[in-house]
Design a protein around this ligand. Structure first.
Ligand code: ZN
Length: 349
C-alpha cells in the first residue's frame, strides 16, 4: 500500500469516526452523485496489482447498492439524473451507477447483481475495445511488469529501464512509467507498440478476453436498466490531441455505436477524465456533438449549478483500494468533496 493510500484512508477514517460526514451532509450533499466503477470481479491474491483501484468485488458492488439505498438515495438512470439536475430536484438525492470501458467482467459479475437489485446502470463503451482491436495499455503494462525482472519501455523517445524483481519494485516501476507517460504526447501509443514487439504482448488476445463484444453489448443493452454511453474509439487522453483528432475520436466513437447498436449514444465519458485529459475544448465538443451529458473523473457530487455544465459532470470513484462501508459513507455524504480532489487518480481509466 502506498503512503498516499494510507494517508487517504486515515483521513477517511477520521471523518467517519468524528461523524463529520454526517454533519456536512446538508451542506455538501448536493442533488446526488454519479458513481464510477470499472472492473467488477472476485479478488485476486497477487502482490502486484497496480490497477486494483480500478476494480471492486461483486460483493462490494452489492454492498454499495444497499448502502446507497439505505441512505434514502434513489438509484436512477443517467437520463433521469439529467432531468433532475435540470429541474434542480434536491429530494430524494440520486445516485447513478456508471461503468467505464466495457469490461466483460461487468457482464459476468455486475449485470446479474444490477438485474437482481433492479438498479439502473450505464456502461461507457470504447469502440475499439468492443471491436477487439483496442489496446488497454495500463493492463498490458501490468502484465508485462508482472512477468519480467527488468522492463525496458520507450518514453518520449528514449528507453527507460525499470527493475521488477520484487512486488515492491514492480509497483515502483509501474508508477514511474505511468508518471513519465503523462508528460509525453504519443507515450501510450509507443508503449503499446513496444510491449507487443519486445514482450510479445498479445493485444488481440487481450481484446478478446477483457472486453465485451458488440454481440454482448447488444444483449446487455436489451435490459431496460441499461444505458450505453460513448467513450471514444481508442481511449486517448483527448486534451493531448489536435482539435481535429479529438473531435474525430468523440464523433466516430458515437457513430460506430449507432451503427452497431442501432441507436446513437446520448451520453459520453472522457477517457482517463482528469483535468489533463479533458477541459474546456472537450466540454464544448461534447455539447456541440449533441451529448446530453458527459462525465469526467474529477471528484465531486452534483450541485444545481451543474445544470449549466452538463458536459463537465464530476463523479465519485468507487475505488478498489477503499472497499469498506465506512469509506463509502464518507464519500456518499459529499464530505470528501470538501477536502479536495484527493481521491482522483490521474491515471484513472
Ligand atoms: Zn475509460
Amino acid at each position: 500500500m502506498t503512503l498516499r493510500t494510507t494517508a487517504i484512508r486515515t483521513l477517511l477514517d477520521t471523518l467517519h469516526v468524528t461523524g463529520m460526514h454526517r454533519l456536512s451532509t446538508p451542506v455538501f450533499g448536493g442533488l446526488g452523485a454519479i458513481l464510477m466503477f470499472h472492473r467488477v470481479r472476485p479478488p485476486r491474491d497477487d502482490a502486484f496489482q497496480p490497477n486494483a483501484f480500478l476494480e471492486v468485488t461483486p460483493e462490494f458492488l452489492e454492498q454499495t447498492i444497499r448502502a446507497v439505498r439505505q441512505r434514502g438515495i434513489e438509484i436512477v438512470s443517467i437520463d433521469e439524473a439529467c432531468d433532475r439536475i435540470r429541474a434542480g430536484a434536491s429530494e430524494p438525492r440520486f445516485a447513478v451507477l456508471t461503468f467505464d470501458d466495457g469490461y466483460r467482467d461487468n457482464l459476468e459479475y455486475a449485470v446479474p447483481i444490477l438485474e437482481r437489485e433492479k438498479a439502473p446502470f450505464t456502461i461507457y463503451v470504447t469502440t475499439d475495445f468492443a471491436e477487439g482491436t483496442g489496446k488497454l495499455w495500463w493492463i498490458a503494462l501490468e502484465e508485462v511488469i508482472a512477468a519480467n525482472d527488468e522492463v525496458v519501455v520507450p518514453v518520449a523517445g528514449r528507453d527507460v529501464t525499470v527493475d521488477g524483481r520484487t512486488a515492491e519494485a514492480k509497483a515502483a516501476a509501474y508508477g514511474t512509467i505511468v508518471r513519465l507517460l503523462r508528460s509525453s504526447e504519443t507515450g501510450t501509443r509507443d508503449l503499446a507498440v513496444s510491449l507487443a514487439e519486445r514482450y510479445a504482448f498479445d493485444f488481440a488476445g487481450q481484446g478478446r478476453d477483457t472486453c465485451m463484444t458488440w454481440a454482448e453489448l447488444t444483449s446487455v443493452s436489451e435490459s431496460d436498466l441499461c444505458t450505453l454511453g460513448a467513450h471514444t474509439v481508442t481511449h486517448p487522453s483527448l486534451a493531448r490531441l489536435s482539435d481535429e483528432a479529438a473531435l474525430r475520436e468523440m464523433r466516430e466513437g458515437a457513430e460506430r455505436m449507432a451503427d452497431k447498436l442501432g441507436s446513437p449514444p446520448r451520453h459520453f465519458a472522457y477517457p482517463h477524465g482528469g483535468p489533463a485529459d479533458a477541459g474546456g475544448r472537450e466540454f464544448k465538443a461534447a455539447a456541440d456533438l449533441g451529448f446530453v451529458s458527459a462525465v469526467t473523473t474529477r471528484h465531486g457530487v452534483i450541485y444545481p449549478d451543474h445544470s449549466a455544465h452538463m458536459t463537465a459532470l464530476p463523479r465519485i470513484s468507487v475505488n478498489g483500494l477503499f472497499q469498506a462501508q465506512r469509506y463509502l459513507d464518507v464519500m456518499l455524504s459529499g464530505a470528501s468533496t470538501a477536502i479536495g480532489n484527493r481521491f482522483a487518480r490521474v491515471n484513472a481509466a
